[in-house]
Design a protein around this ligand. Structure first.
Ligand SMILES: [Fe+2]
Length: 263
């Protein structure tokens, strides 16, 4: 399916229904100028302007580019965002969290640099009754400064970025606003549990994040350059896998559409 022309209402409706049903959609390799990516994202809703403005791309503050290439286009050896290597859901560190994320792969390495997805409806369903009872009504504090510093200590948030994005709390089990189904909602930005001693909350989050990933409920995507993937952050966690940033290039262009305050 081509994305280089504006979709009519009927076609976009079909794409949106597939997005809700399948959670992750993959489009075949094609040229997609930045403006087209932004206009596609706007069909889904309001597009996030990311607080980490050093990543803004091509004059579009809605786009966020992660690249390991230097100004001459050579691999720099520097991984642009190590935070993406841990399972997470985009924008869980803000009050209105991410709905769709839309990634276009500009340059992809020959090996590594995959993106993995896991289903959080299934993660919740597979919890035991005891686990479901234990986490019912709990809220987790999500904090970009926590996850960023832990995974990416050499490139932390600036003071202004930290002040702009204070921690927020969300239900550990959220109800998807459109499907009405329950999903587990944690990931790497979740730092602590409201009303629980810090260490106990940390241990609970680590345990649940590990329990949430089931190989048979996951999809591991090995990229071909110029593909586009979009997914539903409300019911999917994702992560990238490592690659050799000193010898291979990986450049993605990403934008995230804002959704709802989780409930
Ligand atoms: Fe992400």
């Amino acid at each position: 399916m081509r994305l280089d022309a504006e979709m009519d209402e009927q076609l976009f409706g079909a794409v949106y229904r597939a997005f809700l049903r399948y959670q992750v959609l993959l489009f075949p390799p094609q040229d997609l100028p930045p403006a087209r990516q932004v206009s596609l994202a706007r069909r889904f809703g309001e597009v996030q302007i990311h607080v980490m403005n050093q990543y803004h791309a091509d004059g579009y503050p809605e786009l966020y580019r992660l690249s390991n290439l230097d100004e001459q286009g050579r691999p720099s050896g520097r991984h642009p965002d190590k935070g993406t290597l841990a399972w997470h859901t985009d924008g869980s560190w803000q009050r209105v969290t991410g709905q769709a994320t839309i990634i276009y792969g500009e340059v992809m390495p020959a090996s590594g640099g995959e993106t993995h997805f896991c289903d959080m409806y299934g993660a919740y369903q597979r919890l035991s009754a005891a686990w479901k009872g234990r986490i019912a009504g709990l809220r987790a504090v999500h904090n970009l400064d926590f996850s960023r510093t832990r995974r990416h200590g050499e490139d932390p948030l600036t003071d202004a970025q930290r002040l702009a994005k204070p921690p927020v709390d969300h239900p550990v089990v959220r109800t998807h606003a459109e499907s009405g189904r329950k999903c587990l909602y944690l990931g790497d930005h979740a730092e602590s549990i409201v009303g629980m001693p810090y260490a106990e909350g940390r241990a609970l989050i680590e345990e649940l994040n590990a329990l949430a990933v089931h190989p048979d409920l996951s999809y591991e995507h090995r990229w071909t350059a110029r593909e586009l993937i979009l997914w539903d952050n409300r019911c999917v966690m994702h992560r990238a896998t490592p690659y050799d940033a000193a010898t291979q290039g990986r450049v993605i262009r990403r934008c995230t559409v804002l959704g709802q305050v989780p409930a």
